[in-house]
Design a protein around this ligand. Structure first.
Ligand SMILES: Cc1cc2nc3c(=O)[nH]c(=O)nc-3n(C[C@H](O)[C@H](O)[C@H](O)COP(=O)(O)O)c2cc1C
Length: 396
């Protein structure tokens, strides 16, 4: 799709950047789509890839246990489009043996070209059992999981990366040690969401932590993540931290063309995309079509697109009634009828459509298993709790 572009007056927000190397893969634009549960399925990735074909697009998180058990939903989630390369899958796991089996399944059945491991989930029901962002506190368990995945995947030349947070809270940082361990165990890159679990998605990401990680992890690329809302933010993060690439999550919700801006900025061009409301509506329609194909079910696609409506329309003058109706849409004909009511010539709203979008939340005390913080070693009682941390996980 051709979309209007605008050239800002300065080029300060651009910086030609070298490609990103993830093991054997060369990612031309050093930009990664952040794994987002319920969002970064094959349909959304296809949509985004149209604007930034040289970025890396990670699947939504799948649990290693569900994969090993071949749950039908999980087997669908790990599918890629024929043209998707590298095929990237994020795994979540709490048990080295299960993660090993999951990685083995992916590589021996030729289902992935890259595996990312998720250690960032802040959801209470997960951290309460020692999973997610609580897990790297137990350094040898963390090492065991990373080592199991790398051991399996590297036998077939498939790189493994790690995505993590700064730590549990301000007093319990884990990222520097986890970065060191991950590097020792042979990961191909380390990504840092520069918040603690206690911050959830609130406040501001602390980019200075990315710079500190860069000083510790020197043999493989460090990827920075948190609060990139525009291509200028991405360039600013690289400049401020020295990171080798950026991971972009909420900034592209309802705005897949952000990958075109990111591609331009890292090629040294200041072009930004400024779609009219008509162009946005066509993108939303296309997203729904891709979802219908992905689910094989138009109704399910329409129910899924509902959560994207407010993001697509952010800043536009479309009234509350049409927004409300769109958020209840249940088939493509109804969607088309509603989209036809939007003024296609309404221009890009500028600042009103920029800035933060998506989940924010508020700071909280992190739920943890009893005595979790007393030691960096895993007590046998805690091992039993951790085994359950995979049963109720949902992104992070
Ligand atoms: C809806 C949603 C789902 C997420 N799911 C995952 C996930 O499955 N795996 C993961 O590692 N991070 C997940 N995250 C975290 C993002 O990957 C990213 O680290 C976070 O949003 C910060 O980046 P941002 O400021 O660019 O959004 C999720 C975030 C959101 C908003």
């Amino acid at each position: 799709m051709t979309i209007s572009t605008a050239s800002p007056p300065t080029t300060a927000a651009t910086a030609p950047a070298p490609p990103l190397r993830i093991g054997p893969h060369t990612i031309g634009t050093p930009v990664v789509l952040a794994p987002m549960a319920g969002i970064t399925n094959r349909a959304f990735r296809r949509l985004c890839r149209q604007w930034g074909p040289d970025c890396l697009y990670v699947s939504e998180m799948i649990t290693s246990r569900a994969l090993v058990e071949r749950s039908p939903e999980t087997m669908r989630l790990i599918e890629h489009d024929a043209g998707e390369s590298p095929r990237s899958i994020q795994l979540y796991g709490v048990d080295p043996a299960t993660v090993r089996l999951a990685a083995r399944l992916l590589v021996t059945e030729d289902r992935a070209d890259h595996i990312d491991l998720n250690f960032g989930c802040p959801v209470p029901k997960v951290t309460r059992k020692g999973g997610g962002a609580a897990l790297p506190w137990k350094t040898e368990l963390f090492r065991g999981i990373v080592s199991a995945a790398v051991g399996e995947a590297s036998a077939r030349g498939i790189p493994v990366t790690v995505k993590m947070r700064i730590g549990i809270d301000e007093d319990h940082h884990t990222y520097l040690e986890a970065g060191r361990i991950a590097q020792q165990e042979g990961v191909a890159a380390v990504a840092l969401h520069a918040r603690t679990a206690s911050q959830a998605y609130s406040g501001q990401a602390d980019w200075s932590a990315i710079a500190r990680l860069r000083e510790v992890v020197t043999q493989v690329p460090v990827l920075g993540n948190g609060d990139i809302w525009s291509a200028a933010d991405a360039v600013a993060m690289v400049r401020a931290t020295g990171c080798d690439g950026v991971v972009v999550g909420r900034g592209c919700l309802g705005r897949p063309w952000l990958f075109a801006d990111l591609t331009a900025a890292f090629a040294g061009s200041a072009h930004t995309t400024a779609p009219t409301l008509g162009e946005v509506a066509r993108t939303l329609r296309e997203h729904t079509e891709f979802l219908a194909e992905f689910y094989g079910d138009e109704g399910r696609a329409c129910r899924d697109i509902r959560k994207h409506i407010a993001w697509y329309l952010k800043g536009f003058r479309a009234g509350s009634q049409i927004r409300h109706q769109l958020a209840l849409v249940d088939d493509l004909a109804a969607l088309d009828g509603l989209l036809a009511n939007l003024d296609p010539d309404d221009p890009w709203p500028g600042d009103d459509a920029e800035g933060p979008r998506g989940r924010a939340g508020s700071p909280r005390r992190v739920a943890l298993p009893e005595h979790w913080l007393d030691s960096r070693d895993l007590h046998p009682d805690q091992a039993a709790a951790v085994a359950h941390a995979e049963l109720s996980v949902s992104g992070g």
